[in-house]
Design a protein around this ligand. Structure first.
Ligand SMILES: C[S@@+](CC[C@H](N)C(=O)[O-])C[C@H]1O[C@@H](n2cnc3c(N)ncnc32)[C@H](O)[C@@H]1O
Length: 369
């Protein structure tokens, strides 16, 4: 029989393809999560891999990301307790939409950039049908699985380049990665069962948010542990450049410009954590607003700005800190994860109030003189 604390570990998180995802570091991070806590916040949720670990540990999990497509994964796999996409739902998603003439964004902007016209047409039609699913959890699952399928379809797993269609007609590339020429519909059906199987109820009321973390923090209460995994400033952590297509597909923007060869949306959302000129003051705000949360875990990288020692100094105003690290064996690209770079975890606990006896204080003052 399984021990109580492992009973949700039979559920598998669908493998993400996301810059800086902590999927491969979960068992290491887990070592620093104490057992006696109830509620954990994943402040920069991204692919939701760490939130999924929190949920598996039986915690009430609050997750957040300022990008809508990540929020949808949180809604689908963290907040959702039981809703899955069944055959009837799949028929709804694939049916010819009566609204199709209002849904032409992918076809008009991204045909011949990332997709052939028939594939753009297919995903527009699918997008028109998502609101017809009977509840927000099924809808969020449809977004999560479709967005993952679109990432699979594209070479290098992001949308910051224009090589997708070139590589999709290169036999050598296709041999290495069959997904380049597989229909999006097939990729969706293959991934769907993995996402459906990852839906479970850990008997807690978890929630997914879609806000700038600086705005969300003041509204939250009774959090025991917060995990911060901000973009690694200084290491090309351009989330809105790499994943613009997924955000455009989810938002179905009507009021943006689509610029450059990759047609990324403009203006972008404000992060506060991706520019050297802003990041230090954003961290100060973040730490001040988190003061009532006792435990902080902060992921970092030895190539980030500000550097590790400066950052440690900043944190030590608020918490007692220990620094843990793990060295990358293989570079997987992105977010500083090159071979030899170090993944760092700041483990931050409430400051100990040292009691200094009166006599000892006097003795120190005397010695100073
Ligand atoms: C390093 S990734 C998180 C990766 C995540 N831990 C995982 O395992 O997939 C950083 C995330 O922060 C989000 N982000 C950036 N600025 C933010 C802000 N001001 N508020 C909330 N999320 C933000 C980005 O969208 C990105 O998904």
């Amino acid at each position: 029989m399984l021990f109580d604390e492992y009973k949700y570990f039979s559920f598998k998180f669908p493998e993400p393809q996301y810059l800086g995802a902590k999927y491969t570091h979960l068992s290491w991070i887990n070592k620093f999560i104490p057992q006696n806590i109830k509620t954990a916040l994943d402040a920069f949720g991204g692919s939701q891999s760490v939130s999924f670990l929190f949920k598996q540990l039986g915690l009430r999990t609050i997750t957040n990301d300022f990008l809508n497509f990540n929020y949808q994964i949180g809604k689908a796999l963290i907040e959702n307790k039981s809703e899955k996409i069944n055959t009837e739902d799949v028929n709804i998603l694939f049916q010819e939409s009566s609204q199709k003439s209002d849904f032409t964004l992918m076809e008009s902007i991204f045909t011949n950039v990332f997709f052939e016209r028939n594939e753009s047409f297919f995903i527009d039609n699918f997008r028109a049908n998502i609101p017809l699913l009977s509840n927000p959890y099924k809808q969020a699952l449809a977004f999560a699985v479709m967005n993952r399928s679109l990432t699979r379809k594209i070479t290098m797993g992001h949308f910051g380049h224009t090589q997708a269609l070139v590589y999709a007609s290169d036999p050598k590339r296709i041999k290495r990665n069959r997904s380049l020429v597989r229909p999006i519909k097939d990729l969706f059906l293959e991934l769907l069962s993995k996402y459906n199987d990852a839906v479970f109820d850990n008997k807690q009321d978890s929630e997914s948010f879609n806000e700038d973390i600086i705005h969300l923090l003041p509204k939250l209460q009774n959090i025991d542990l917060v995990y911060f995994d901000p973009p690694y400033c200084n290491s090309h952590a351009d989330y809105q450049g790499f994943y613009h297509l997924l955000e455009t597909y989810t938002e179905y923007w009507g009021d943006k410009k689509f610029i450059n060869a990759i047609k990324r949306y403009e203006p972008q959302r404000y992060s506060g954590f991706d520019k050297k000129s802003e990041v230090v003051s954003s961290f100060k705000k973040l730490f001040e607003l988190s003061d009532k949360i006792p435990l902080w875990l902060i992921s970092y990288n030895n190539r980030s700005y500000p550097d590790i020692l400066t950052f440690e100094k900043m944190i030590s105003k608020y918490r007692d800190v220990t620094i843990e690290h793990k060295t990358y064996q293989n570079g997987r690209g992105g977010k500083g994860s090159v071979a030899g770079s170090k993944e760092v975890l700041f483990v931050c606990r409430p400051k100990k109030n040292y009691f200094v006896p009166k006599n000892y204080k006097k003795k120190l003052e005397h010695e100073k003189l």
